[in-house]
Design a protein around this ligand. Structure first.
Ligand SMILES: [Zn+2]
Length: 408
């Protein structure tokens, strides 16, 4: 394939996770008898610009359909993170009732609601109808479309150039990166700033978080690449923060290159130099990742199958996309992991794609006392262990597997 950023032909594979279904496409009863579409989940690295990317087998219109279920507001931890962000940027960038904040992939309004509380005008851009409706119900103006140069031009003509544009976990979902960033150049006011949060590729590799790879993600970013991308389109990164979210994320702060009123913080060069020391600009850095994934898979399977043989009752908790990548890579089905308990009502009563493990509500615990609970969204591990503390009454074991097998 050709690189999504620089168009050079790509030769190097980071990891091949085999053929898998789209992670968030939960199945209903009547889907179970139908054939299921799977796509190769293979991540490549461009040896010219070092963008880590998957081949675009599917158009994003096919992925983010009504079957796509991800509601940001379900996680209390994520809401807290978002509220703290709003407080911080409102003060730092002096946002007020005359500003406009635009969030791309605003989901159910989980974040913009806090700007609204402060009477700061905001606009959500969210292509998934069902999530956008929840945001609209919160009184937030929404555009139900994919973002790119076309939409940015239209919004800009309507006087919607923004003082702050933000996007959390959206860059990775964008198939046409260059079109997306060109759109940002149009939509951001000359004095405006942008922030983007995304899982940090270096952490993904270092902490062996291969299960955060799924079809919905087209790219995985180092800070090195992000700097290159935004510079190419006439922007400049003026600050960066390292966050704990999603197993290690970055929050980058961006301005127009022409805007000289904002100072470049030392954190930018510091992180860039740190990454260069790791070797992000050399192809060797990206080799050996597959072997690490195989090791995690094998150790987990040995443990789970051993416990199953002893007659233990095993379930999962949290029907997150990363859980699907992992379960499918391990080839596990409901004969090993009986069901997944999840608090999201829209997922309950459905089945995980490919593994067909049923998703049930927490009522499951009223009549069942599982011996082992595998926590699939390990990024919310602390929150989930607390939620499940009542299962200690009957001695349930709580298991995570990234970066290594841990039984609590
Ligand atoms: Zn490239």
């Amino acid at each position: 394939m050709r690189c999504r950023f620089c168009s050079k032909t790509i030769h190097t594979t980071l990891i091949d996770l085999g053929n898998t279904a789209v992670s968030n496409a939960f199945l209903k009863d009547d889907h179970l008898n139908h054939a299921e579409v799977t796509y190769p989940l293979k991540v490549l690295v461009c040896d010219n610009c070092f963008l880590v990317q998957v081949d675009e087998f599917q158009k994003s219109e096919e992925i983010f359909t009504e079957e796509y279920v991800y509601f940001s507001s379900v996680s209390a931890g994520w809401l807290k993170h978002s509220k703290a962000y709003v407080e911080k940027v409102t003060e730092r960038f002096k946002l007020n009732k005359n500003s406009l904040v635009t969030e791309i992939a605003s989901n159910d309004g989980y974040l913009l609601q806090y700007f609204k509380e402060k009477n700061i005008p905001c606009l959500g851009i969210e292509p998934t109808y069902s999530t956008a409706q929840l945001s609209i119900a919160k009184g937030i103006e929404n555009v139900i479309e994919f973002f790119g140069e076309d939409l940015a031009t239209r919004l800009s003509k309507e006087g919607k150039q923004s003082d702050l544009i933000l996007g959390n976990n959206v860059l990775a979902h964008v198939p046409g990166l260059n079109d997306f960033v060109r759109g940002l150049k149009i939509l951001l006011k000359p004095s405006g700033v942008m922030t983007f949060e995304f899982p940090h590729l270096i952490k993904l590799i270092e902490k062996k978080e291969f299960d955060t790879i799924y079809h919905e993600h087209f790219s995985y970013f180092s800070f090195y690449f992000i700097c290159k991308l935004f510079r190419f389109h006439g922007f400049e990164i003026f600050d960066v923060e390292q966050l704990e979210t999603h197993g290690g994320s970055l929050r980058v702060f961006i301005k127009h290159k022409e805007n000289e009123n904002i100072k470049i913080e030392n954190a930018v060069d510091a992180l860039l130099n740190e990454e260069l020391k790791f070797g992000v600009n050399k192809i060797e850095f990206y080799k050996g990742f597959q072997e690490k994934a195989i090791d995690i898979k094998n150790k987990f399977l040995l443990y789970i199958i051993g416990e199953k043989q002893k007659g233990k009752k095993i379930i999962g908790f949290g029907a997150a996309a990363k859980g699907n990548t992992f379960l499918n890579y391990c080839g596990l089905k409901s004969d090993t992991i009986e069901c997944i308990v999840d608090d999201t009502p829209i997922k309950q009563g459905k089945y995980l794609p490919q593994s067909h493990i049923p998703v049930v509500s927490r009522d499951y615990f009223n009549t069942n006392k599982p011996d082992i609970i595998v926590i699939l969204p390990w990024n919310f591990k602390a929150e989930i262990i607390e939620k499940l503390s009542f299962t200690k009454e009957w001695g349930a074991k709580l298991v995570t597997y990234i970066p290594e097998l841990e039984v609590n």
